[in-house]
Design a binder for this molecule. Structure first.
Ligand SMILES: [Fe+2]
Length: 597
C-alpha cells in the first residue's frame, strides 16, 4: 500500500512516500526549485518521490495532506470576524489546499479520474507528532509539538503507544512559543523567515539580564491540562491583525508580517534596524529570549514527564530545532531519551501525515525507524561523470581523479588536515535543513581561524553563528559532557573543557557544540572519512557545514560543482571523484599530511 504525503501551500513544501509502512523517499521542494523554504505546490518533490519508489500517480492508494480546515472551526470563525483581511488571506490558501487533487492531476498532466487515491486531511500538529513518534525507536513515549501556528494551534502534546497516539492537549492562537521567538527575532533586526537560528547563535554572546521582563512576555498558565502558557498580548500585534504569512506562492520564500507591538519597543527600547550595528544590549535581549524559551519549553516537558512517568520524549515543530534547549532536556527534566527527526519543522509534515494515515487511520503495526536522514535524491557514477565533464573543470586547471575508497579517504582527510576546505557530496541528499555528511562542506576543527576562513571564503554569514562538529558516535563521551545520540544535529551539548582547545572551530562561544554523532551503520562513508581524519590527527571530529552559499543546500552534482567554482573551496569529492584546484595541490601542509598517511 502506497501513501503520498504532501505539505503544500505552506513553508517548507515537501513530499514523501511511505510504502507498506516504510519510508521510501522524502524531500523538500526547495532542493529542486532553489528557493529557500519554498511554499507552493511541491510538484518536483512529488515527481522525485514517485520515481524513487518506482510508482505512478495512479498507483498511490492514499494522499495525506497535513492541513484540516475543519479543525478549531469555532476559534477560526471567532477571529475571522475580528480580522477580516487575515480571514480573506487564510480563505485563499484553504481554497488552494482544497484544490490539491486538481493540482496533482494538473502537475502530472493526468486525468483527475485516474487518481484513485483516497485523500485525508490531517491536522497540522497531529502530523507533526506523527512525524516524530511513528518513526522513532520508541514503543511508548511522550509527544510534544511546538511551533508558530498551524491549523490555528501552536502547541500540542500527548502520548504515543505502539501504533496509536493519544492527544492530551493543545494551545491555540494567539498564544505561541514559535511566534514569541519570531517576534523578538524580528525586533532584533532579523526579519526573514527562518532567521530564528541566527538569534539562537547570538544568545550565547549575551547575558539574560531582561529575563524578568521576558517572563511577562510569556507567562505560565496552569489550565485544566496543567501544561499551558500565555503570551502577554500587549507585546504583540498578530492577535489584532493576524500573523501576515505569505506563503501561497511557490516562487517566493515565505515572509512574516510584523509580529511585535509598540509596547515591546516601549519596554525593551527601540527595535534594531537590519543594518544597525549589533550592540551588547541586543545580545543580552537574545540571551533573555533564549532563557525564557528554555524555561517555558523545559517546564512543559517536566510537567509531561511528571504526569506520565515516561522516560522518552518525541519532539517536533520549529521549536524542536532549538538544539540549545534540547541539549538541556537531560539535566532539566526526567526524560532520558529524546528523538527529533531531521525535518522537525514544517518540511516534516509530509512524512508525518503519511505515517498518520498508515498507523492512526489504517491501524497498521509499526515496522520502521528513521535512523538516518538520507531520503532525498542520489546520483549515479554516470550522472556525476557527465556533470564533471560538462563543467570544464579539467580545462580550468583542476585535477580530477577517480579513486578507490581507501585512497579517497586518505587523500580527503589529508586535505582537511592540511587546512583546506573540502566539498563533500555523496549518496542521497539529507531530509531536513541540516547537512549530515552527504551534502556537506568539511574542514579542520582544530584550527581556531577556520570559522573566519569559512565565512570569508564560502559561507558569507554572520560571524556570531557557530559551525557544527561531526563526531564518531563512539567518541562522543570523550569530547562532550553528554553522550546521548544526536544523529540529526538537533541537540547541543557542552564540549568537555579539556577538549575545547582541541576543537575550537566548531565550539561555540558558550562552550557548546551542535553535534552530529555519526555511526558506521547510518553513513559508512562519512564515518570512514572522519575515521581517516582521526587516524591522521588523533581527533575523531570534523567541522561540518551545509554545502551551499546562501541558497538551499545543493542537490545535484552540477549544483555542487557550481558552488565549488563560485566559492573558494579548495577541493571537492563527488562520489569517488576527487577534484582539486591548483593552489590546493601546491600546499606543502597537505603534502606533509599525505606523507603521514
Ligand atoms: Fe508547524
Amino acid at each position: 500500500m502506497n501513501i503520498l504525503g504532501i505539505n503544500a501551500y505552506h513553508g517548507n513544501a515537501s513530499a514523501a512516500i511511505v510504502s507498506d509502512g516504510r519510508l521510501i523517499a522524502a524531500v523538500e521542494e526547495e532542493r529542486f526549485n532553489r528557493v529557500k523554504y519554498a511554499a507552493g505546490f511541491p510538484a518536483q518533490a512529488i515527481r522525485y518521490c514517485l520515481k524513487e519508489a518506482g510508482l505512478t500517480l495512479g498507483e498511490i492508494d492514499h494522499v495525506a495532506v497535513p492541513r484540516n480546515p475543519y479543525a478549531r472551526l469555532g476559534t477560526k470563525l471567532f477571529y475571522a470576524l475580528r480580522m477580516p483581511s487575515f480571514a480573506r488571506e487564510r480563505a485563499k490558501v484553504l481554497v488552494k489546499v482544497q484544490g490539491i487533487p486538481e493540482a496533482l492531476a494538473q502537475a502530472f498532466d493526468d486525468d483527475r479520474k485516474k487518481i484513485r487515491a483516497q485523500f485525508h486531511r490531517i491536522e497540522h500538529h497531529k502530523a507533526h507528532l506523527a512525524s516524530t513518534f511513528f518513526v522513532s525507536p520508541f514503543e511508548h513515549a511522550c509527544l510534544l509539538s511546538a511551533d508558530g501556528l498551524g491549523d490555528f494551534a501552536s502547541t500540542m502534546w500527548g502520548i504515543g503507544i505502539g501504533n496509536r497516539m493519544e492527544i492530551d492537549g493543545a494551545i491555540v492562537f494567539p498564544h505561541s512559543l514559535g511566534l514569541f521567538y519570531s517576534a523578538v527575532t524580528q525586533y532584533l533586526g532579523f526579519p526573514k523567515y527562518g532567521d530564528e537560528y541566527k538569534v539562537m547563535g547570538l544568545a550565547a554572546y549575551g547575558q539574560p539580564e531582561q529575563l524578568e521582563l521576558f517572563r511577562d512576555i510569556v507567562r505560565f498558565q496552569n489550565g485544566s491540562a496543567g501544561n499551558g502558557f500565555k503570551l502577554g498580548l500587549d507585546y504583540f500585534s498578530h492577535h489584532r491583525t493576524g500573523p501576515e504569512m505569505s506563503w501561497a506562492q511557490a516562487d517566493k520564500t515565505p515572509t512574516l508580517g510584523k509580529l511585535f507591538s509598540e509596547e515591546m519597543e516601549r519596554r525593551l527600547g527601540p527595535a534594531r534596524a537590519t543594518d544597525q550595528t549589533l550592540e551588547q544590549r541586543h545580545r543580552n535581549l537574545a540571551a533573555s529570549l533564549q532563557a525564557r524559551l528554555e524555561e517555558v519549553y523545559l517546564g512543559m516537558l517536566r510537567k509531561l514527564a511528571a504526569r506520565t512517568g515516561l522516560k522518552a520524549i518525541c519532539l517536533a515543530g520549529g521549536v524542536a530545532f532549538n538544539c540549545v534547549a534540547n541539549g538541556k532536556i537531560f539535566e532539566a527534566t526526567p526524560f532520558e531519551q529524546v528523538y527529533v527527526q531531521p525535518a522537525a519543522g514544517d518540511g516534516g509534515l509530509s512524512v508525518g501525515a503519511a505515517f498518520f494515515v498508515w498507523h492512526q487511520v489504517l491501524g497498521k503495526p509499526r515496522s520502521f525507524v528513521m535512523d538516518h536522514a538520507y531520503w532525498g535524491p542520489g546520483y549515479s557514477r554516470e550522472e556525476i561523470c557527465r556533470a564533471v565533464e560538462s563543467s570544464g573543470l579539467a580545462q580550468k586547471g583542476c585535477a580530477i581523479a577517480e579513486l578507490k575508497e581507501e585512497e579517497l579517504m586518505k587523500r580527503a582527510a589529508a586535505i582537511i588536515g592540511g587546512g583546506k576546505i573540502l566539498g563533500w557530496f555523496q549518496g542521497r541528499a539529507e531530509w531536513g535543513p541540516r547537512a549530515l555528511g552527504n551534502r556537506s562542506i568539511v574542514a579542520d576543527p582544530r584550527r581556531p581561524e577556520m570559522k573566519e576562513i569559512l565565512n570569508r571564503r564560502i559561507k558569507h554569514r554572520e560571524s556570531f553563528r557557530p559551525f557544527s562538529p561531526s563526531i564518531l558516535a563512539e567518541a562522543t563521551g570523550e569530547y562532550f559532557e553528554k553522550s546521548h545520540p544526536s544523529p540529526f544535529m538537533t541537540l547541543a551539548y557542552p564540549v568537555r573543557p579539556a577538549r575545547r582547545e582541541t576543537i575550537p572551530a566548531p565550539t561555540h562561544v558558550d562552550g557548546t557544540g551542535r553535534l552530529q554523532t555519526v555511526t558506521r551503520e547510518a553513513n559508512p562513508r562519512y564515518h570512514a572519512l572522519i575515521s581517516a581524519f582521526r587516524d591522521l590527527t588523533g581527533v575523531p571530529v570534523v567541522l561540518n557545514t551545509s554545502f551551499n552559499d546562501n541558497e538551499p543546500i545543493v542537490c545535484r552534482p552540477e549544483e555542487a560543482i557550481e558552488c565549488f567554482q563560485r566559492t573558494q573551496m579548495d577541493a571537492l569529492v563527488l562520489g569517488d571523484f576527487l577534484i582539486t584546484r591548483q593552489w590546493s595541490r601546491e600546499s606543502s601542509e597537505v603534502d606533509s599530511m599525505l606523507r603521514r598517511t
